[in-house]
Write a protein that binds this ligand. Structure first.
Ligand SMILES: Nc1ncnc2c1ncn2[C@@H]1O[C@H](COP(=O)(O)OP(=O)(O)OP(=O)(O)O)[C@@H](O)[C@H]1O
Ligand SMILES: [Mg+2]
Length: 326
């Protein structure tokens, strides 16, 4: 069968394991016939490994999505895995514990004990809050839904409360990771709204929903604010997770990882000290830029010249950004 037809069949088998495996076998068979042995072997290995992980709950048919919420909520396919994120030892321990608790939640609930499922991510921009939501959903095997709170809060207020209720109702029934990004919008709104304002009423009802919900997956929220966060907000979460800017040791690890699949004619890890103060997002840009410069220069390996030029670009960016924020 033509490859396109097989792809269509594969997509149509979403959520039906037997059919999915049958189509996958057809694809592997076709590659074997075409003598693409390496690809066929690698596909077969991937298919065999699928059976070894617990069946991802995300593969279950999704509940109908509330139409009215489409503007504020987006389904993200979690692609990045634990290998793509650098985390402090403290956070690795915390997430390992949370995953374990989630996988054994029936056992915990049988004893009448609560399972931790509401987490607040805090920390400066570009240090992994959004990335971690994606990685965590991937590890849990749950679909990820991102709620754009700033957009939701600025929608017509009378409808905001109804939309919030619908989103929470959805997350109560659908096993998923519901991620309230830009949670600062809430903190700001609490300050901006007068005591009796409509906005304050909406914010308070959102906090009440967070209080009451027992998600069938996880409720995550992320904010750039930390100390400024009102205790009335953070006490509603089971855990507060801090995502700090990388120190020299973490930068060394990041650089090692970023250049692991390419050739360099300098020691990237030795450049770490000069990069203290940059976020992971900036480090990522620097490494990508250095690789691009070596490609454009048709070099066989990445040189210190490429790397330094990428760092200079980052310096220029941060200088401009600082000027804009002052
Ligand atoms: N801890 C990390 N490990 C590896 N890469 C990271 C890490 N943190 C950030 N990055 C890189 O930077 C990008 C942006 O990070 P992310 O969106 O997670 O930041 P954030 O903390 O959510 O920032 P903001 O507060 O601006 O929303 C990521 O897609 C990834 O490429
Ligand atoms: Mg983010």
């Amino acid at each position: 069968m033509a490859r396109g037809e097989l792809m269509k069949k594969l997509l149509a088998s979403y959520g039906q394991e037997d059919q999915f495996r049958a189509v996958a076998e057809e694809i592997i068979g076709e590659e074997e016939r075409k003598k693409n042995k390496v690809l066929a072997r690698s596909l077969r290995k991937t298919l065999e490994n699928l059976g070894q992980v617990p069946k991802a709950k995300g593969l279950a048919p999704l509940l109908p999505f509330p139409d009215e919420a489409r503007e504020f909520i987006q389904r993200i396919e979690p692609n990045r895995t634990a290998q793509d994120i650098q985390m402090s030892t403290e956070n690795v321990r915390l997430f390992t514990g949370l995953l374990r608790e989630f996988r054994k939640s029936d056992q915990i609930k049988q004893h009448g004990l609560p399972v931790r499922s509401k987490l607040l991510f805090c920390g400066p921009p570009g240090c992994g809050k959004t990335l971690c939501a994606e990685v965590f959903a991937h590890e849990l095997g749950l679909p990820l839904f991102v709620v754009q709170l700033d957009r939701l809060m600025s929608s017509y207020l009378g409808e905001t409360a109804t939309n919030i209720r619908k989103i929470f109702e959805f997350a109560r029934r659908q096993p998923c990771v519901l991620f309230l990004d830009e949670f600062d919008a809430i903190a700001r709104s609490r300050d901006d709204g007068g005591e009796h304002s409509e906005l304050r009423r909406v914010v308070n009802s959102l906090l009440l929903f967070i209080d009451q919900i027992e998600p069938s997956g996880f409720l995550l929220a992320a904010t750039n604010l930390d100390q400024a966060l009102d205790p009335a907000v953070w006490r509603r979460f089971d855990e507060i997770v801090w995502f700090d800017a990388p120190d020299e040791r973490m930068i060394r690890k990041f650089l090692k990882n970023a250049f692991k699949n390419v050739k360099t004619n300098f020691e990237p890890e030795q450049r770490a000290a000069a990069l203290v103060g940059y976020s992971y997002a900036e480090l990522d840009k620097i490494c990508t830029q250095a690789i691009k410069l070596s490609i454009l220069g048709r070099s066989k390996s990445i040189s210190l010249r490429h790397f330094n030029a990428a760092v200079e670009d980052a310096k220029r960016r941060t200088k401009r950004a600082e000027r804009l924020s002052n």
